[in-house]
Design a protein around this ligand. Structure first.
Ligand SMILES: Nc1ncnc2c1ncn2[C@@H]1O[C@H](COP(=O)(O)OP(=O)(O)O)[C@@H](O)[C@H]1O
Ligand SMILES: [Mg+2]
Length: 231
């Protein structure tokens, strides 16, 4: 049996509120195997981003256990968590999250921040990632001059410059027109074919149809809505 790349057992997340606390996720059980392409659907405010942040080790659960590549992440100190995240996880956000005045290449090189990858090697990997998304000719341009679709491709290049085991993607086509969004989706499909495990939050039902597995987030809980896998 393979080790799941991500597992959650009894995970809950609540936030402090003026009258007690607000519960966003409750009793989440999830196991994602290497190579899966999982789509996370559900209405706005249902906790998709919260779940992705927990998976990315950017947030801690209020209760429950999270394992990344078999490691219990709650047992790690901050430095170990950052190391695990940097080496194993890539993230792509709806709003691209680029440094607008920096060049495309500098944005991709951001993936190597806090890692001890030699400069030349990092540069070569960043350029390779830009080639993968078809943006080699834009590498010296400031990110702010790009179109929305190009910005998202830079964000993808940044996430994959150091190939992650797990790619977490939050509504990647939400700010793009349908044709551009379809192009972006084809990049994710290709990455998954290359063996990268993907968890993607999306409202786009066409996108969700391409995923091997579909989960719905509703009222703080996860529900499997397509065959394959177990929750
Ligand atoms: N840091 C926080 N403090 C308080 N409430 C939060 C915080 N982060 C998220 N929430 C709340 O959690 C709920 C789910 O948010 P989110 O995970 O962003 O949903 P989705 O991505 O599905 O739209 C929302 O009601 C949001 O206001
Ligand atoms: Mg969200």
């Amino acid at each position: 049996m393979t080790t799941p790349i991500l597992s959650m057992e009894g995970v809950a997340r609540w936030f402090p509120a003026p009258n007690g606390s607000v519960s966003v996720l409750q009793d989440i059980h999830l196991s994602v195997e290497p190579g899966e392409f999982v789509c996370l659907t559900g209405p706005s405010g249902s906790g998709k981003t919260t779940l992705l942040h927990l998976a990315a080790l950017l947030d801690r659960p209020s209760a429950g256990c999270i394992r990344l590549a078999g490691q219990d992440v709650l047992s790690l100190d901050e430095e170990q968590r950052t190391g695990l995240r940097k080496h194993r996880v890539g993230m792509v956000f709806q709003r691209f999250c680029l440094l607008s005045h920096r060049s495309v290449l500098e944005n991709v090189l951001f993936r190597f921040r806090y890692l001890d990858t030699p400069d030349r090697e990092a540069r070569s990997m960043a350029l390779q990632a830009l080639e993968h998304v078809g943006l080699t000719s834009h590498s010296d341009q400031p990110a702010r001059l790009l179109s929305g679709g190009e910005m998202q491709r830079v964000a993808i290049a940044r996430a994959i410059a150091l190939p992650p085991d797990l790619l977490l993607v939050d509504e990647p086509t939400g700010n793009l027109d349908p044709a551009t969004g379809a192009g972006i989706m084809s990049h994710f499909m290709e990455l998954n074919r290359r063996g990268i495990t993907i968890i993607m939050a999306t409202h786009n039902t066409a996108v969700a149809g391409h995923a091997g597995r579909r989960l719905e987030c509703r009222a703080g809980r996860l529900r499997e809505t397509a065959p394959g896998g177990t929750v």
